[in-house]
Design a protein around this ligand. Structure first.
Ligand SMILES: NC(=O)c1ccc[n+]([C@@H]2O[C@H](COP(=O)([O-])OP(=O)(O)OC[C@H]3O[C@@H](n4cnc5c(N)ncnc54)[C@H](O)[C@@H]3O)[C@@H](O)[C@H]2O)c1
Length: 323
């Protein structure tokens, strides 16, 4: 698809994944409107959109009139979400208000203002819960381990309903843990890797909880490419797809890579998984993303070493902006 001149609407555009996607779209010549409410505890950072020529609107998808933002959009990339698992447990009403109720608001606005727009929705592997069998394909039963998993599943299903009932081209991408530049690194709210990176750059030891759990981290450029490919390939429209990343590695192996690439400032301690989090922890996960690869031609291209190395480099000169 030639993105030049196309009108695109991105929700959650100042967050980690949304801002990286915005930069990629602007670089391809798209006319981008980005919406973000800078929700407390999320990944929004004003610096994330530095240098991107786009229309930025600060507003909350629960309240703002979404019709003018959707108006004329050919593609909507829908990434706004309450993403904190502990946050969702603490305040499930706020969680479902963003991840499900506001999705219905956006669906209604898009019906009026962008009836033909392709929608790529950011979904999550979280609601598969603790799985018995790896790797996980899309036929895995859904068993959300927390309130955030329930609300994200509901939001996805409202969008897929819009595909079935109105024939809107919708693609839902169930992402695994993503990392890279513009990640929230102030704390561990976005991923454990965020706080690890902060600690390394501050020459402090980081903590590995457990260590044997497997993860298939996706580097953010590969995530961006997956979003673009999902929009571009009609064969994907109407589908729900798992998105994986690098070959699975244990947290301990990941920690060792971080230390190796840290330039001498990385060290870690290992401790047991905290009891309050263990109840909502999903254990090991890695995706079978063959279906998306076949439908779109996409494949993750970034090794863990390259991705972690690039991420550390990126933050070295920008640490203060992300604390
Ligand atoms: N990063 C990951 O590892 C990962 C994994 C699985 C799924 N996802 C999904 O990808 C999407 C993007 O995640 P991210 O990692 O970039 O998180 P993020 O927190 O960096 O981005 C989400 C953005 O949405 C904004 N937002 C939240 N509620 C809003 C509201 N009511 N109104 C307007 N803006 C609002 C936040 O301010 C934030 O900037 C989310 O839907 C998330 O569930 C991410």
């Amino acid at each position: 698809m030639n993105w030049s001149g196309r009108k695109v609407f991105v929700t959650g555009g100042a967050g980690f994944l949304g801002s990286n996607l915005c930069h990629a779209l602007v670089a391809r010549g798209a006319r981008v409107t980005a919406l973000d409410g800078f929700l407390f505890g999320g990944g929004a950072n004003p610096r994330n959109l530095d240098g991107a020529e786009l229309e930025f609107v600060r507003g909350d998808i629960r309240e703002i009139d979404l019709r003018p933002l959707c108006e004329g959009a050919e593609v909507i990339f829908n990434l706004a979400a309450q993403t904190s698992h502990m946050g969702g447990q603490a305040d499930p009403l706020a969680d479902i208000a963003v991840n499900a109720v506001a999705q219905v608001r956006l669906i209604q606005a898009a019906r009026e203002a962008a009836p033909d727009a392709i929608v790529v929705h950011a979904s999550t592997r979280q609601f598969y819960g603790r799985v018995e069998k790896l790797p996980v394909d899309e036929s895995q039963p859904v068993a959300p381990p927390d309130a955030n998993g329930v609300s994200k599943f509901a939001g996805e299903q409202y969008w897929m309903l819009e595909h079935r009932v109105r024939n809107r081209p919708v693609v839902s991408l169930r992402l695994t843990n993503c990392y890279g530049p513009r990640l929230r690194i102030r704390d561990a709210r976005q991923t454990f890797l965020g706080i690890w990176i902060r600690c390394v750059l501050e020459s402090r030891p980081f903590e590995v909880w457990g260590g044997a759990q497997l993860r298939d981290l996706t580097y953010v450029d590969d995530v961006t490419d997956a979003f673009l490919a999902a929009a571009e390939n009609p064969a994907c429209h109407g589908g729900i797809y798992n998105i994986g990343g690098a070959p699975p590695a244990s947290l301990q192996e990941l920690a060792d890579i971080v230390v190796r690439l840290s330039g001498g400032t990385g060290q870690y301690t290992t401790r047991e998984f905290p009891a309050d989090r263990a109840r909502i922890d999903i254990g090991s996960y890695h995706a079978n993303d063959t279906a998306f690869r076949k439908a779109s031609g996409w494949a993750p291209a970034t090794s863990l070493e390259d991705g972690i190395g690039r991420t550390l480099e990126w933050y070295r000169t920008r640490l203060a902006d992300y604390l």
